[in-house]
Design a protein. Structure first.
Ligand code: HEM
Ligand SMILES: *[C@@H]1O[C@H](CO)[C@@H](O)[C@H](O)[C@H]1NC(C)=O
Ligand SMILES: *[C@@H]1O[C@H](CO)[C@@H](O)[C@H](O)[C@H]1NC(C)=O
Ligand SMILES: *[C@@H]1O[C@H](CO)[C@@H](O)[C@H](O)[C@H]1NC(C)=O
Length: 517
């Protein structure tokens, strides 16, 4: 749920002693070692300086190698830029595994101290009982079908109120506003009527934790070295503890009940469960907020595309009921608005910074050719794999809102020769680790964006849509989390002044068939 990749950033430093010893050993059967300009520590410095995008950059500069090794001094990373090799990694998911990385979430982000809890949560390959992975997998069925319907309906009610409240606004910080509505909607849907995040102080405490997550990694005297994150985490955990004591779980989503039940079956204390819940919210909001931001950014900054999409939604997904209430139908967007749906996927492809990462838990040989050594990491940079011309055609490097529409060869000569393969679409991960929250997230992003663009005009402060800088060091957002504010001014569009609004999503139809890698 935490993008595994970015976690490694500071882990580099922590793993120094152990990894140096192993890192210096090279086996001729390992993928080609790429030399660095500065000997020995060059790659490690490149990474500390540039963050995770460094791996993607190396992959882009060395496309001659389908897989290569970066000796990062503290650790070894095999970087992959070929979809064929990605497939081999997917097939070897027992020895090249995601699960060991979950330990970081338990130990460093939750700050769990109890030895028994730590042992329960730790993955089986590392000698634990694998409860963390078990809980993750148990969440998948709770995010589809009727459970998803229920979460969607709470989410829609919550955001509709906030979007309508904008009628009284003129200038506001778009990024912060999105952050707040996504947090409110996702937590109401997850925790139910006694949602501990109803209190704005708890929401702020969570974002203090999230923004300063890196500082918690070393887990060394965190109350001193990571004050903000540590205090934020403590405050949220206490609120969740109160929620548990008041039996808030009774009104919670299936998602939350499953997490709770699985933990209680193993007799994890309420204190520890509350602590483990804090980073869990990262998965629910840390990518949805920037995904939604970039959706609005791309739409409002491209007036022609905006007009087309407004028209498509108006024609196919907007209705007026007898009492005069306007209704945005999310199911109809999914089923009858091909341009909107395609644009959404292209925005994800365009803006994702994902780099799925795995740990080699046992020496593994890929196609009798490449040796991957135990204790090393594998990285599959989406910035490279998601933009390869051999996968995406000649237009790989441009933003094409129609890319994911079914081509109509009679109308669209130019696209006849364009290959359409989904192998490189990684914003929601690659199997077997695919984001189970993608249906909920997609309804959220599409529903909110649709209602926003239909009802309002937005202008950025300064009048020019200039992409704000993103936090490349963020360990948890793979959608380009924005650094700082993004002030905008807003106007209700003439034809919708003084109107009442609602959302609709047909029951049993909450799932999206999106491209996955
Ligand atoms: C646009 C928003 C989102 C994006 C782009 C996104 C992306 C991802 C990605 C790429 C992974 C795989 C991580 C890896 O391979 O390293 C993942 C995993 C996960 N996501 Fe999401 N996610 C989003 C929203 C959500 C939401 C709203 C939820 C929950 C309601 C959620 C729950 C999870 C969980 C539980 C996992 C772990 C799956 C496992 O370990 O089997 N995500 N997500
Ligand atoms: C997490 O914290 C432990 C100490 O509790 C530390 O040994 C380890 O290196 C940390 N992990 C990372 C990835 O920094
Ligand atoms: C997981 O965390 C525990 C507690 O800090 C540590 O002892 C163990 O070595 C870690 N395991 C892995 C595989 O990182
Ligand atoms: C208007 O009608 C719709 C359904 O037709 C209903 O969901 C909504 O609550 C009604 N709104 C008001 C203000 O009566």
């Amino acid at each position: 749920m935490v993008d595994s990749t970015q976690i490694l950033l500071l882990g580099l430093v922590a793993a120094l002693g152990y990894m140096t010893y192993h890192g210096l050993r090279r086996d001729p059967r390992e993928p080609t070692f790429l030399p660095s300009k500065i000997p020995v520590v060059g790659h490690a410095l490149g990474m500390l300086w540039n963050g995770l995008p460094y791996w993607g950059r190396m992959a882009n500069e060395n496309t001659g190698f389908p897989i290569f090794t970066l000796d990062m001094f503290f650790m070894k990373v095999y970087v992959i830029s070929s979809t064929e090799i990605v497939r081999l990694i997917q097939r070897n998911d027992k020895t090249v595994s995601f699960d060991p990385l979950l330990n970081i979430s338990t130990v460093n982000f939750s700050g769990i101290k109890n030895k028994r809890t730590l042992h329960l949560m730790l993955d089986k390959q590392s000698g634990g009982e694998g409860l963390n992975a078990e809980i993750m997998h148990a969440m998948t069925p709770t995010l589809i079908g009727e459970h998803l319907d229920r979460m969607n309906s709470i989410m829609m009610r919550t955001v509709e109120r906030s979007i309508s409240a904008l009628e009284k606004s003129t200038d506001f910080d778009l990024y912060r506003w999105l952050r707040n509505i996504v947090t409110a909607a996702s937590t109401e849907a997850t925790y139910g009527p006694k949602n501990p995040y109803k209190d704005p102080e708890i929401v702020d405490a969570f974002w203090d934790f999230e923004y300063n997550l890196n500082s918690l990694l070393p887990n060394f005297l965190p109350w001193l070295t990571a004050r903000k994150a540590y205090n934020g985490r403590g405050k949220v955990a206490r609120a969740i503890y109160e929620y548990l004591e008041q039996n808030g779980i009774e009104g919670a989503s299936e998602l939350e009940r499953v997490r709770y039940t699985k933990s209680m079956e193993r007799e994890i204390s309420h204190e520890d469960f509350a602590q483990l819940e804090v980073p869990m919210l990262i998965g629910l909001v840390s990518n949805t907020v920037p995904a939604l931001f970039w959706a609005l950014f791309e739409l409002y900054s491209q007036p022609e595309l905006l007009d087309e999409i407004r028209e498509e939604i108006k024609q196919n997904a907007l209705s007026v009921s007898e009492n005069g209430t306007y209704r945005v139908d999310i199911t109809a967007i999914k089923e009858r608005c091909p341009l909107t749906l395609s644009t959404y996927q292209e925005i994800l492809r365009w803006r994702t910074t994902t780099t799925p990462t795995r740990m080699v838990v046992k020496d593994t040989i890929l196609s009798d050719q490449y040796l991957l050594k135990e204790g090393s990491f594998v990285s599959m940079p989406g910035s490279t794999l998601g933009r390869r011309p051999d996968v995406w055609g000649e237009s790989a490097g441009v933003f094409n809102p129609r890319r994911f529409m079914k081509p109509d060869p009679s109308k669209d000569e130019s696209r006849k020769n364009e290959r359409r393969r989904t192998g490189g679409f990684m914003p929601f991960g690659i199997s077997p680790i695919i984001c189970p929250g993608r249906h909920f997230a997609s309804s959220e992003v599409l529903g909110i964006s649709a209602m926003m663009i239909i009802r309002y005009d937005l202008d950025p402060a300064g009048g020019v849509w200039k992409a704000p800088s993103t936090d490349t060091m963020s360990m948890v957002s793979i959608m380009g989390a924005v650094k700082g504010e993004f002030p905008v001014s807003i106007r209700t569009r003439q034809e919708y002044q003084g109107t009442k609004w609602g959302f609709h999503c047909e029951e049993g139809k909450g799932q999206f068939t999106l491209a996955v890698g």
